[in-house]
Design a protein. Structure first.
Length: 523
């Protein structure tokens, strides 16, 4: 049995994102508001060009660097007013996309130094710049307001090409390996008529060479300190202030010497393989033992069964996850989700939010130090579990998904955020939900005959209570959201539900905090 992607492609998966042409105005029509807020960025609209290939194909390096300066000076993404409406966000995204697309298309038409010199006055200025009539002050036209920083204005104007050449050399822009190596050395001419050897008071030798109307001072050591060891009208090599070699007749001989005698940076050769490569088994899967209810009865669950049982829109696996590991995480994920539906006392088909939620195993995100073990991608309505650290986080991320699902159904949206728990202050928030949030966060405490309000252990019980509150009397999420304002909140729901959950966690082995894909509490 092979484990492959099923259902609709996961929007958050790296392998499904834009790769070549970039985001266009036509693509915006296919994105919802949250996707526009997330994806309308410079790097998605104008993919970073391969400048080395452009230079290799014949584009002057000056022009390639000029293009890079322009692209780097564009704002990385549009900015939105704090309380921007949906229409305002739509307009800003379209204007920003048009602005970046203009520079993307027009800079690709530059072929030589003259084209670059005339780019600002002939192409950019008539479209986006309005002269103010005094000195060199200008004003950005309304359609580019907020997208045209001073940094971009400076990058567009070429003063002297020598400045560009200096920046290219300093940054080693589009340098080949040979050029990078040669840039670490300096090759200078030597002639006896322009050179003077003098002994300093401390006994060291000083060599003075007149160049370009000035004098450079060098302090050779060893054989280089003796004037007799220098031939007239030759070249010598420096690395920093250290003499490397001298007496070369031609400049090209110096370059060849550097290439031939440069230290080997490759290090020792990789040791030959003495044994066959062993199959890697992630540490978290080496000693996993299922102690809970046996839902599968020893059967392996397929990708399609996982999707259909919980009504996910789709589920997928990252390219780095091998087949044997896909089988393990699919089985563990199935058990964990069955545990979750049992604890919440809901039908398993409700876990997938009627096909809106998607599940991915190592399909997106980045590893490394301080990387997240798992995350919920609200924009794509997707839970992603990392390959090595995803264990113990499935229920946690499902809690975020539930919070987001209810927020979207209630129409909450502010700067890309849609989680219901963040809008308890909003006028749109039903009174019952506000009361629920209060009961989850705070409790009444009696002390010395007086009653005080104290914070509850919010992270211990809040979101599982939230899920139980919404789901315990309804069979579908849609009905739950539609009637959330009518649902009765009893005064003891916090303590009662929490105590039941605690009892179940202690009683059922499947609810223990082990390396499986589920922690029932600690959302």
């Amino acid at each position: 049995m092979r484990y492959e992607a099923v259902g609709k492609p996961l929007g958050g998966a790296k392998k499904y994102r834009w790769k070549s042409s970039g985001l266009t105005l036509e693509d915006l029509d296919e994105l919802n508001l949250k996707e526009k807020y997330q994806f309308v960025k410079k790097n998605n609209i104008w993919k970073k060009p391969n400048y080395e290939e452009l230079v290799a194909s014949g584009l002057p390096i000056r022009v390639a660097y000029y293009m890079k300066k322009i692209r780097d000076s564009l704002p990385a993404q549009p900015t939105f007013p704090y309380n921007a409406s949906a229409d305002e966000i739509e307009k800003i995204c379209k204007d920003y996309t048009s602005f970046v697309t203009f520079f993307k298309e027009e800079t690709m038409k530059l072929h030589n130094d003259y084209d670059a010199e005339r780019f600002y006055p002939d192409v950019v200025s008539p479209k986006y710049i309005e002269p103010l009539g005094y000195y060199h002050y200008v004003k950005v036209k309304d359609e580019a307001e907020g997208f045209f920083p001073n940094k971009l204005l400076r990058a567009l104007q070429i003063g002297r090409w020598e400045t560009i050449d200096y920046e290219i050399k300093k940054k080693q822009f589009c340098y080949s390996d040979k050029q990078i190596l040669l840039s670490q050395y300096e090759v200078l001419p030597y002639s006896k008529k322009d050179s003077i050897f003098e002994k300093m008071e401390n006994g060291n030798q000083c060599m003075k060479i007149k160049r370009f109307g000035g004098t450079r001072y060098f302090y050779p050591k060893g054989d280089f300190a003796d004037e007799k060891n220098w031939k007239d009208d030759t070249f010598f090599i420096l690395q920093g202030r250290t003499f490397i070699a001298n007496n070369f007749e031609h400049y090209r001989d110096c370059e060849q010497y550097i290439i031939d005698h440069a230290p080997d940076k490759q290090g020792t050769k990789r040791a030959s393989k003495t044994s066959k490569k062993k199959r890697f088994v992630p540490p978290q899967l080496e000693h996993v033992v299922r102690n809970g209810v046996s839902y599968r009865q020893g059967k392996n669950i397929s990708s399609m069964e996982l999707k259909d049982t919980f009504q996910f829109g789709g589920n997928d696996y990252g390219n780095s996850v091998p087949q044997y590991e896909r089988k393990e995480v699919t089985n563990l994920g199935y058990d964990a989700l069955m545990d979750l539906s049992r604890v919440l006392q809901i039908d398993p088909t409700n876990i997938g939010f009627e096909g809106e939620l998607q599940l991915g195993f190592a399909t997106s995100g980045n590893g490394g130090k301080n990387a997240a073990s798992a995350h919920y991608d609200a924009m794509n309505v997707e839970i992603n579990l990392t390959r090595e650290n995803g264990a113990g986080n499935l229920a946690h991320e499902w809690g975020h998904a539930l919070d987001d699902y209810i927020g979207k159904k209630l129409g909450f949206f502010l700067k890309g955020r849609t989680f219901a728990s963040e809008f308890s202050y909003s006028e749109k928030c039903p009174k019952s939900l506000k009361n629920l949030m209060e009961k989850m966060k705070y409790k009444k405490v009696e002390k010395d005959g007086e009653t005080y309000t104290a914070k509850t252990d919010f992270f211990e019980n809040s979101k599982i209570l939230f899920g139980r509150f919404v789901l315990q009397t309804h069979t579908t999420f849609k009905k739950a959201v539609e009637s959330i304002g009518k649902t009765l909140i009893t005064g003891n729901i916090n303590d009662e539900v929490y105590q039941k959950t605690q009892a179940k966690r202690e009683e059922k082995a499947g609810c223990r905090r082990e390396k499986t894909y589920l922690y029932l509490v600690h959302f």
